[in-house]
Design a binder for this molecule. Structure first.
Ligand code: 5AD
Ligand code: SF4
Length: 474
């Protein structure tokens, strides 16, 4: 028997890439590959890349430099190493990668991962680098299902893609170009995936897509289903105790989604809802198709439907033309909403996007200063949110043994890690935990009486942090 070949895969960027990496592992498992944590000893190295910001793309070229040394070393030991660049940089800059990095054997965009085994074989036979492009629809039809063993090894929480691509065309964003037009998977396929994961021990599903709440997959009744209806269907699958989704667009928060938050206990009250800026002038230049007031209204409706809901968001500082007063409007919005977490980025021009042509650029010094102020404000909100859990009893879905012996780690509804001393058989269960301290971002506590939880069931309390200026019902 030939020994298994070793595969090393490194993913950058979003959850969709993490999910895609798992699908590539599943595809290549069928070809006799097993995963290794070491790039040096791998027969196949895949870099699953992200193109969203300049820094993310540039990392790839330095990584490829390191891989060249590893490949040379493997060759001098008489071993063949193949290097694949996948993901959005591959899609956007295929030719450039092959020109700049001869170490690369195959360049493959997100729509073509199911062709990887054939591509590798062809690159080897031809003795030259290969680049591909296939239609989007292919991907959903051909990707293999993970084996039950693979599902169990990955634990109690899993991602499921429900849609891919984006038709929004925010002026700063490469996603509509790298991931293509919006495509939703049929309801039956999503249900089948979730059922299979649940049957093999998964308890929490995060539905993912670039614009997940734009979902409109065909339902079993032959009509397109809105996202909220899909959530209702999935919440009925036995074994699924938690549902999440990411990433959503404020414009696509429609009534069925609000109702899902009102009606489904399994739908976690923590929503990532990027706003990007608090200035209407900048939101218009970004082509976001909503104002700051529209965004606040969406937040209000969700808070009204589910009082314990909390939010995270994405922000861009230094978008072309952003003046001090625009930035002040962003700070004011953050102040008003009160986030549990948020990500903020300096604007980075992406080739081919409309914003990259805009002339009124913001200086690096101004961008740095604004980023620091915004992150300071977000950090203080996040700390307050985490500290507010101390002294409460909250539900935790336990995921695995922690590094410290005897400790088990799980996550709260708000994705905060929570540690308790307990036996390993609590993995996969949602149990109430009395939180008594906070260590950096982790909550520490002990298992509580199952009847004492204050953050589940019908006894929903207001969010752990009251927004500094409550907008609810405004
Ligand atoms: N520059 C800076 N940040 C960006 N993002 C997307 N494109 C850019 C860009 N060109 C940020 C947005 C988005 C998150 C995933 O990345 O905030 O929501
Ligand atoms: Fe990019 Fe999101 Fe805008 Fe789509 S909605 S273009 S993914 S920022």
């Amino acid at each position: 028997m030939t020994p298994p070949r070793k595969l090393h895969i490194k993913s950058y960027g979003c959850q969709m890439n993490v999910y895609d990496a798992q699908r590539m592992v599943d595809t290549l498992a069928g070809e006799g590959f097993v995963e290794t944590a070491s790039a040096e000893e791998a027969d196949l190295v895949i870099l699953n890349t992200c193109h969203i910001r300049e820094k993310a793309s540039e990392k790839i070229y330095s990584e490829l430099g390191r891989l060249r040394a590893a490949k040379d070393q493997a060759a001098s030991a008489g071993r063949d190493m193949s290097v694949v660049v996948a993901g959005c940089v591959a899609q956007a800059e295929g030719h450039e990668i092959i020109r700049r990095a001869p170490v690369v054997d195959v360049v493959v965009g997100p729509q073509s991962y199911h062709h990887l085994p054939q591509l590798l074989a062809r690159a080897k036979a031809d003795g030259r680098a290969l680049e591909t492009e296939f239609p989007v629809e292919d991907k959903f039809n051909f990707l293999p299902q993970p084996s039950p063993q693979a599902i169990r090894a990955r634990g109690v929480s899993a991602f499921v893609t429900v849609q891919e691509g984006c038709d929004k065309f925010c002026t700063f964003c490469v996603v509509p170009y790298t991931r293509g037009a919006e495509v939703s998977r049929p309801v039956a396929k999503v249900v089948e995936d979730v059922q299979r994961l649940a049957d093999n021990g998964v308890r929490e599903i995060t539905l993912i897509g670039q614009n997940v709440n734009a979902y409109h997959g065909d339902g079993p009744d032959g009509r397109p289903w809105p996202f909220g209806k899909l959530l209702h269907r999935l919440a009925a699958i036995p074994g699924i105790v938690r549902l999440r989704y990411s990433t959503s667009h404020p414009r696509d928060v429609e009534e069925t989604l609000i109702e899902a938050h009102r009606d489904l206990d399994a739908l976690m009250p923590f929503v990532h809802l990027p706003v990007q800026s608090g200035s209407d002038r900048i939101l218009a230049a970004m082509n976001r198709k909503h104002t700051a007031a529209d965004y606040r209204r969406v937040i209000d409706r969700l808070r009204h439907a589910r009082p314990d809901i909390a939010f995270s968001s994405d922000f861009i500082v230094g978008f072309p033309g952003e003046a001090e007063e625009d930035f002040a409007a962003t700070l004011a919005l953050v102040d008003q909403i009160g986030y549990a977490a948020a990500y903020s980025f300096k604007y980075s021009p992406r080739p081919g996007t409309p914003a990259a042509e805009m002339q009124e650029t913001v200086s690096t010094a101004d961008m740095d200063a604004r980023l620091e102020r915004l992150q300071g404000l977000i950090d203080s909100q996040q700390s307050a949110f985490n500290r507010a859990a101390i002294g409460r009893t909250v539900d935790v879905l336990f995921e695995r043994a922690a590094r410290k012996a005897g400790q088990i780690v799980g996550r709260t509804a708000y994705l905060q890690p929570a540690h308790v001393m307990a036996s390993a058989d609590i993995v996969g269960k949602v149990l109430p935990v009395a939180i008594d301290s906070l260590e950096r971002y982790s909550l520490l506590g002990s298992l509580a009486d199952p009847r004492s939880t204050s953050a589940s069931g019908d006894a929903r309390e207001p969010a752990l942090i009251a927004p500094p200026q409550a907008v609810l019902g405004a």
